[in-house]
Ligand binder design. Sequence first.
Ligand code: SF4
Length: 263
Amino acid sequence: MNNLLKIANRFVSVDGETSFGGPLQFSNFIRLGGCNLRCWGNQGFCDAPFSISKDSERYDLAIPEQLAQEYNEQISKKELPNRFTITGGEPLLQSEVLNRFFKELDRGTNPIINIETNGSQRIDLIRRRMNQTICFVIDIKMPSSGMHKRMKLALNKDLMIWPDILKVVVETEDDLEYFEKIYSKFDLKESRVAVGPKYDPQNKISKVTPERIVKFLMDRKMFSVRLNLQLHKYIWPYASPYFVSDPDKIPEDQIEHMRNLDR
Ligand code: SF4
């Protein structure tokens, strides 16, 4: 089982978040199953609760080389975009199998690869190769998520290379204060950093608005920090996040429903 990719969902969509090369580019999304964090656990909140269980039986299993060959074939026929967004769950929990998947992709179409990681794993679990564009989008979880103490920021900051970027989602004024503290503690002036608001399950922006974030950054002259709006939510306002009380016990029909709305 550990030799196979555990896949919660696959689809083609536009990548509307902080990534390499600008907003809203078409991408092959692969949402991997299994996550070591439980963000906003007390509120039963997660962007993709159907992808966080450890239970392999909940996922499609794929031989990485075979899956990569299928993508290479379709990409070379221009039936799919030459770009990947690997998300989860936490993709780096499957780093060994992912390395095999990327190696096989390199042999064919050598696509641009974005990997969205929750910040709790070291990014050098993925081997970077010459001529390969991998962009890590690395979360820095804030106190409102309850997961801020699980971050490997000191380590990952030193492992980052262009175009890797740190992504911060803020919900409260306390989160903004905390961000300011770690920005200075870890000296993030030279790092690529993007800050954006959290969305509630009705996809309304929560307490800290984009306007507030811009003012906060301007007041502190944090001019290299970007504002990260989840642009795909303008297109699919009914997509994630969701409330679930127990991600290991989501009924099958609800999982299917979430999968269909997954963007
Ligand atoms: S929001 Fe992301 S990191 Fe947090 S529990 Fe859900 S999948 Fe894991």
